[in-house]
Structure formats: C-alpha cells, structure tokens
Unconditional design. Structure first.
Length: 234
C-alpha cells in the first residue's frame, strides 16, 4: 500500500517536488518495519539518543509528538543528526503546527483527528499526512480528501480489531495504522489484520527510560517489536 498524500501533493511530487522522496521512503520503511514509535520528548537533547536507539532496534520511523515545548527542537535535532531515522511530527492539531513541524524537519504529519486545515497544509507542503479516524464518516471524509492511509485512534477504545475489520470491509483501498492501546502483547494480532499496514504506540519509549537515559531499554523494546512484526508478516 502506497502512502498517499492529499490531492495536490501528487501533482507536485510528479514535478519532482522536494518531498517526493519522503512519501516513497515512508512507504518503503512501513513495509520493512511496520511499527511507529510515538515519542514524547520533554528535554530536546534526549531526542537524538532516543532516535538512535530506535534505529538500532530496527525501527527507523520516529513520530515526535507536539505535546511539549521541546518537540520542534527535538524534531530538528533528529532530522539533522540521525539521517538513518525518518522523523515526523505527531499530535499536530492545526495548520500552523503542521507548517512549524515541517519547517523544523518533519517528513510526515500525524494527527489525532481529521482536520481540513492540517490536511491542506500537508498537501501544500507535499508531506504525507495520517489523520486519526474512528468512524465510517471520518474515514469517508478522509477518503474524499484523497487519503488512503489513516491512523485508527484510539484503537483499543474505539473498537479494536473487530471495528477495524468492519471499516476495512467497506473502505477496501484504505490502509490503517492502529494506535492507542497497542503493546508487544497485542501487536501481532493487529498486524495480522490485512488492512493494517503498521501500528503505532508509546510503549516503545517509556517516559521513565527516557528520563533515566536508559537507551538500551528503548533499543530492546524496539528490537522486540521488530521481531514480532517480522513474524507476523511471514
Ligand atoms: C498517540 O498519540 O498516538 C497515542 O498517545 C499513543 O497511544 P498509546 O500511548 O496508548 O500507545
């Protein structure tokens, strides 16, 4: 499944826009390592070692959430200093935040919900955007905006795997990224749903491990998730 950017971004990518590689690299990485760590960085200097640990464990996609004052600086540091990582911004709530995140170095945008301003800003900036949805109406709105890869959030509370299967039966060309309530315990079950192209979650970067500088624990959690993903795709 190709990560499709909103209407408009396609045309700019065809013209060789600066972000054409972002979408294809994200697609390739999602196929190789279908787990997206959702990261909260309180202190910007922690971002680079966290990203390096995730990459070392086999997870090159890093979603840094705009929930802290340090987030934009953290995105910039990872973009500049960890070229093996593919850094994006999560918890993007507004068009302004989308623009700030891309200026800082974000190569993709993730939102908890579906917002037209965020989607159109991503389109204009030619970066992939994955808004959160839980209902058929939201999926249909996103589909009509040209999106074919959507975050399913909060996955566990919104109906989990049975709801995902019900949505996938109707929206046959949509790929879902369940996030919210995923862990090493249920990752395999979610990844085995055919419409699921990846899973996201914060369990890979516990706040205590970041605060304690326990980067080996982050590497271990990433490697565990990568191994589960490898098994589920066999
Ligand atoms: C997100 O922003 O996607 C969620 O906070 C992740 O949910 P989780 O903490 O249950 O993994």
């Amino acid at each position: 499944m190709t990560v499709v950017s909103p209407h408009g971004a396609e045309d700019r990518r065809a013209e060789g826009g600066p972000s054409s590689n972002d979408a294809s690299r994200l697609t390739e990485l999602l196929q190789r390592a279908p787990v997206i760590p959702v990261v909260v960085i309180e202190d910007a200097p922690c971002a680079v070692p966290v990203a390096r640990s995730l990459v070392a464990g086999g997870l090159p996609i890093v979603e840094i959430t705009l929930r802290t004052a340090a987030a934009l600086e953290a995105i910039g540091s990872v973009a500049a200093e960890v070229p093996e990582a593919h850094v994006g911004a999560g918890t993007v709530l507004s068009e302004e935040q989308a623009r700030a995140a891309v200026s800082a170095g974000a190569k993709f945008i993730v939102s908890p919900g579906l917002h037209g301003g965020v989607v159109s800003a991503a389109s204009e900036l030619s970066v992939p955007v994955m808004p959160g949805v839980t209902t058929p109406s939201e999926v249909q709105c996103a589909w009509n905006l040209g999106l074919r890869v959507l975050k399913y959030f909060p996955a566990g509370l919104a109906g989990g795997i049975p709801m995902l299967k019900a949505l996938a039966a109707v929206f046959r060309d949509v790929g879902f990224i369940p996030t919210g309530g995923i862990s090493a315990k249920n990752l395999r079950d979610y990844l085995e749903v055919p419409s699921v192209i990846a899973c996201g979650g914060s369990w890979l970067t516990p706040s205590t491990a970041i605060a304690d500088g326990d980067y080996e624990e982050i590497r271990r959690l990433a490697a565990e998730a990568k191994a589960i993903a490898n098994e589920s795709k066999e």
